[in-house]
Design a protein around this ligand. Sequence first.
Ligand code: GLA
Length: 389
Amino acid sequence: MEKQHLLAAFADKFGGEGTVFASPGRINLIGEHTDYNGGFVFPGAVQQGIMAVIRPNGTDLVRAFSLDLNEYGEWPVNDPKGPEETCLRFVYGVARELIERGVEVSGFDTVFAGDVPLGAGMSSSAALESCFAFGLNDLFHGTISKWDMVLAGQATEHKYIGCNCGIMDQFASVFGQAGKLMRLDCRSREFEYFPFEPKGYRLVLVNSCVKHELAGSPYNDRRRSCEKVAEAIQALHPERKIETLRDCTWEDLEELKIKNEKLKITAEDLQRATFVLGEKDRVLAVCDALVKGDYEEVGRQMYRTHEGLSREYEVSCEELDFLNDIAKECRVTGSRIMGGGFGGCTINLVKDELYDAFTRRAVEAFEAKYGHKPIIIPVVIGDGSRKID
Ligand code: GLA
């Protein structure tokens, strides 16, 4: 994205200059819908993201302009209601969450824009939250930690947007490092950087351009199913401490299937929990395979995740299943839906020599069937939230 372009827009709107901050979107190799179940995820930041020019204005008024959506709003920083426009609500929510965490945020002017596609499952909203969490902490001399920034972004989703997301996206956006994936244990919050240079393979996203919207109920419903199953297993085993599905085993699930009637667990809840337990196993299998450099095994697990997301967790759509079939047909090593689902991208691990044939075929076949071209996005793993000099 063009820093100069954004600075010019800021000068035009408010006069003078401000400080520029950026925060990226993310990919996730494997570990989908595991973050809010206390499991492992394997994300990395991408080069695309959100950039914002911000300048404190010495009043208590926030004046914010989204260049991409051409939306402008102003509100007192402590306004109990805040703006209605979603993209401005993120800014509003993050400022409030920072104040709650002790940062003395007062009024500021800002212009922001992004090159991470919206609704593509690449976490454009986490990029926006993290950009403002990082930037406002810096400009208002806050001393909160990077984890506080992650949690401020997540709380913004929960309280102001209505999506009860996990912590993967904000984590990846804040902590990302060029060339490295991160394996995060969402229960303990311990994480490790993993240099990701699969010799002979590449990662590529295929964006179906079917827009997904996580703020609605389907995402939250799935999270609720997982919580209900964990609570039911806790009720069967008061002697254990079960906080999430991370603490549950396949035996627990089998037992629950027999005793579920009294506990009001539906077949749908059980099916969703089955996916999560399977995904937990798949993430561990991928960790082993990565240590051995066995990318064919990584790919097999990715296909299994797709199956699970499509049939058990039911967060796929026809277009994404179609792209997955095309990947199989082109002998792509691994392919699956990435992110929350309901649209967006597939992530594909493909051998160098098959790359051109696959991406060409994906575009042609998809366009012939659905009437619009999907967008090919080569993955370059980039840096997390930062100030731009
Ligand atoms: C969305 C959420 C994340 C995570 C993924 C699915 O991106 O924001 O917290 O749950 O879906 O893995």
